[in-house]
Design a protein around this ligand. Structure first.
Ligand SMILES: [Zn+2]
Length: 506
């Protein structure tokens, strides 16, 4: 078979697998948004079937033969040097995914998918009823399945590293711990300083904000930020997320609370940041497995950049406070854009990760990282997690949840078996600020563009520097290409220390 036919056949397999993966994603999206509770068990069966079909197709001997035929091997994943750079990047990613997938037996994949469906449903109910005990058996199953998965894949030093590196290629827990140490130290100092300062007036946030009106504001905001509703939509779920169901179908979810208007606004901006990345994939990558984020951390750098660096900036609220006040004239009477900016940047020890301010957010991640590491090294038992959670919250953040719903049960990740995912959130903060420092260098009047509601230069810069690469570059290479630097905590810490000295006058 000549090279062209080999390439065509390999791309056909990739396309089929992408279709199957996205069909799975549609069923998962439906489960989190509209599926009636009684439909959960049958849905788990459907997901298990499709998951094993996708796995079988992708991890087949045929995929291996085609990759071999194109000169791709574990040592030379990019294959034949005569192939164009894009094709070599495709082979590199295809080989990496294939080498990993083929190690997982079909029965294991089906078993894990079925367990995940049941586990996320059990988590959702347990969270609602503050009933950790009913979720515990699922948590044990999911951590055991993750352990087995990491063993199948093989790992260098410990089981947890095998899991962490799927989300963040090239990272291990020691490297993460090395960045988290200065982060924890300087953020704790800042949080303490802030706790001693006078808090801005946030009383207007405690008023009632109708959730229907919040939803209308969210849609308006998304449009103005550049979200194309012909290619996506927004719905409501217990845990906000973004899912890509096709090249022109990128969906986000959010949640609204009448007594916490900030939660809905910032979840919406956050998920829109994820959606912008997926919506911006260039034509040559669409439909292939290269049309995805470079890693979970890089994906998170995009969402957190929109949510915090842009969405919680003074310039942003100069533009959007009058818009918000148009939706809530009663609640925001006598409030100014400056009041709102300060209230949106209140930092205080809090219980819920997704609602945490920028100072304490990474501390929430460090807590989860330490518990996950313990879980897989055997020093932490699943049944002890609620107790350990409370103790660590007190130690790291200074507050203790009264219920497990506001503690160990708040996140969906462990119920899905996504152990090793949490560190990407804090890494996203670090990547995000490294990128934004470069963006500010390239577009020095960026603040006045934001204040004018003109986001086109930001979309263009992000596309040219980050989005257009998809998965072609791994995080360290992408970071180097964009900023000339390797991973660093400095731009993030400098940004946050400067911003919060301003907000609190410290
Ligand atoms: Zn996110």
């Amino acid at each position: 078979m000549d090279m062209n036919s080999l390439q065509e056949k390999l791309h056909a397999i990739d396309r089929e697998c992408r279709h199957l993966e996205r069909t799975i994603a549609i069923l998962q999206w439906d489960q989190e948004t509209y599926l009636p509770e009684a439909g959960v068990e049958e849905r788990a069966e459907q997901l298990a079937l499709l998951g094993s079909l996708a796995h079988e197709r992708f991890a087949s001997a045929e995929t291996g033969r085609l990759l071999d035929g194109l000169g791709s091997s574990s040592d030379n994943p990019g294959g034949d040097e005569k192939l164009p750079p894009l094709e070599r990047d495709f082979l590199k990613v295809m080989r990496r995914d294939y080498d990993r997938e083929k190690k997982l037996p079909n029965e294991f994949v089906a078993e894990a998918a079925r367990a995940e469906g049941l586990s996320t449903a059990a988590w959702s109910q347990a969270r609602r009823n503050n009933d950790f005990a009913s979720f515990l058996p699922h948590l044990c199953t999911m951590s055991e399945l993750s352990r087995r998965r990491s063993v199948y894949w093989g790992y260098a030093d410990n089981v947890y590293d095998g899991l962490l590196s799927i989300y963040e290629p090239g990272m291990d827990s020691d490297a993460v711990a090395a960045v988290f140490a200065p982060l924890r130290e300087r953020l704790s100092i800042l949080l303490k300083k802030i706790s001693g300062a006078a808090q801005p007036d946030c009383s207007f946030l405690g008023k009632k904000y109708k959730t229907e009106t919040q939803a209308l504001f969210s849609e308006e905001l998304m449009k103005r930020l550049g979200f194309n509703f012909d290619r996506g939509r927004i719905d409501i779920s217990a845990h906000p997320f973004t899912t890509t169901l096709g090249s022109d179908d990128v969906r986000i979810t959010t949640r609204y609370f009448p007594d916490n208007v900030l939660s809905g606004i910032f979840s919406t901006i956050h998920e829109s940041g994820h959606a912008f990345y997926d919506m911006a994939m260039p034509p040559e990558l669409r439909g292939t497995r290269l049309a995805d984020g470079a890693s979970m951390g890089i994906h998170e750098s995009q969402s957190r950049l929109w949510e915090n660096v842009i969405g919680r900036s003074h310039s942003f609220w100069e533009k959007f406070f009058p818009v918000l006040a148009g939706f809530f004239p009663e609640q925001l009477r006598f409030v100014t854009a400056d009041n709102f900016y300060r209230a949106a940047n209140c930092a205080r020890p809090s219980l819920i990760r997704v609602d945490a301010d920028e100072v304490s957010y990474s501390l929430h991640i460090i807590l989860r990282f330490e518990l996950e590491r313990g879980l897989f090294s055997g020093t932490v038992k699943p049944e002890d997690l609620p107790k350990l959670w409370r103790a660590k919250m007190k130690e790291i953040i200074g507050v203790e949840p009264e219920t497990d719903t506001k503690g160990v049960l708040q996140d969906i990740h462990w119920s899905m078996g996504s152990f090793g995912y949490f560190p990407s959130y804090a890494l996203g903060n670090l990547y995000g600020l490294q990128f934004f420092s470069k963006l500010r260098n390239d577009i020095p009047d960026i603040d006045s563009r934001i204040a004018a509601g003109n986001f086109a230069p930001i979309h263009k810069w992000l596309f040219e520097n980050i989005h257009k690469w998809g998965r072609r570059l791994d995080p360290p290479d992408l970071l180097k290409k964009v900023t000339g630097q390797s991973l660093s905590v400095e731009p993030f810490l400098e940004y946050i220390e400067k911003k919060y000295s301003g907000v609190y006058g410290i």
